[in-house]
Design a protein around this ligand. Structure first.
Ligand SMILES: Cc1ncc(COP(=O)(O)O)c(C=O)c1O
Length: 393
């Protein structure tokens, strides 16, 4: 009735079929896939917190004291003192008055954006914003205007068209999830003042990674402003799950009363709320580790570029190697797999057509031995696939 076989075949014919790998070990720089030992270069576990000993021990203790489930949504029975403690810790970390905690980052974006930005708003959105932002905007009744990725001139021109409109917001990733580059916060905040806009930043990948304390994009630029609504997640560098928005008390109170994915979904477990709190405290202390992460991110980018790959510049641990072609991405994935290196190929619709890539990510738990193995293997693959990489075949 649904023609699903045909539809799946068509996805497969375009080299876009997804397959799910099952790990039989904790998420870390070295993993087990069934019985195969591999080095993982595709996780968002940038600080290695997913399998951190002290975080795990504290989680077990919390489960003993608070159980495994939360039993309700936040407005019914699903709020413990650990949830509220976590919101307070995030607010302090992000230097904002208050915070609302959702069960995931996705739920945060699809819940907070439509609640805050109604039909009276014009929403300016970077073309490479994360899918959860795109869905959040679709669910909102606001008017959507997309500007070119990081192109402040394009944004300026689009803002000019609506300069007298009273309600506007710019929405951007802090660190872009697939490109690893950073939003231009100084210019963005300048435009916000010039055109009287709010700025909504999704800092899922900046949190834990950028700034001396790992606060994220605002700390990196040393820009703190009441116009900024700051979204983040516990699911990347912080090693657990959860999404949050930090802002003024009135914004947070309004969201707690109106945001559908907050109101109508079971809250995250007390254990996760406590782990997220502990992760933030640990993250602040991880200054040396963050500097190491930055150093290896720059090192690996440089080495891959020297080989000849097209790599997007940056300092974050998200290193996109653009191969353009979906089939070539799959071949790289398989060859790397044979060398016990796990890298996820990223293809449409996760990225736009002709920008398929390997999304290599690094963690503080990768040693220089791990990195050199990756680089040597990528050298061999460059020689093997040079003609394809250069688009000659
Ligand atoms: C930029 C960005 N925002 C939001 C999300 C969603 O966060 P979560 O995985 O916690 O649902 C992601 C996850 O991939 C992301 O990359």
């Amino acid at each position: 009735m649904f023609n699903l076989n045909e539809k799946l075949k068509s996805i497969k014919d375009k080299n876009l079929l997804r397959e799910i790998h099952e790990f039989s070990s904790p998420q870390d720089s070295h993993i087990k896939l069934k019985d195969k030992n591999m080095i993982l270069f595709s996780s968002n576990n940038y600080l290695g917190f997913c399998n951190d000993t002290s975080l795990k021990e504290n989680s077990i203790e919390t489960i003993k004291n608070f159980g495994v489930g939360s039993g309700g949504s936040r407005l019914t029975t699903g709020t413990t003192i650990l949830h509220r403690e976590c919101e307070n810790i995030i607010s302090k970390f992000k230097k904002k008055e208050d915070t609302i905690l959702y069960s995931s980052g996705y739920l945060c974006n699809i819940g907070s954006i439509p609640s805050l930005f109604d039909e009276e708003f014009i929403i300016f959105s970077d073309e490479l914003n994360h899918s959860s932002i795109i869905t959040g905007i679709k669910l909102s009744k606001g008017k959507k205007i997309i500007y070119k990725h990081l192109d402040m001139d394009d944004l300026l021109n689009k803002l000019k068209d609506f300069s007298s409109h009273p309600k506007k917001v710019i929405i951007t990733d802090g660190v872009f999830s697939m490109d690893g580059d950073i939003c231009k916060l100084s210019e963005l905040i300048h435009l916000c003042y010039k055109f009287n806009c709010y700025l909504y930043i999704d800092d899922a990948h900046g949190t834990g990674v950028l700034g001396e304390n790992g606060e994220g994009t605002c700390e990196y630029f040393n820009i703190y402003d009441d116009r900024i609504l700051l979204m983040g997640t516990g699911s990347k560098a912080l090693g657990c799950v959860g999404g949050f928005l930090s802002s003024s008390s009135i914004v947070i109170n309004y969201l707690k009363n109106t945001s559908r994915s907050f109101i109508f979904s079971t809250s995250q477990t007390p254990e996760n709320a406590k782990t997220l709190s502990n992760s933030i405290i640990k993250c602040i202390s991880y200054k040396k580790e963050r500097e190491y992460l930055r150093q290896i991110s720059v090192f690996v980018r440089g080495e891959l570029k020297n080989i000849g790959y097209s790599v997007i510049d940056g300092i974050t641990p998200i290193i996109p190697v653009i191969l353009h072609d979906e089939k070539l991405c799959l071949k790289f994935k398989e060859d790397l797999f044979h060398e016990n290196i796990y890298v996820t190929p990223i293809r449409p619709p996760s990225v736009s057509k002709n920008t398929s890539r390997l999304r290599i990510t690094l963690s503080v738990n990768h040693s220089y031995n791990d990195l050199n193995l990756l680089i040597e293997t990528m050298k061999k693959l460059y020689i093997k696939y040079e003609k394809y990489i250069k688009g000659e075949k």
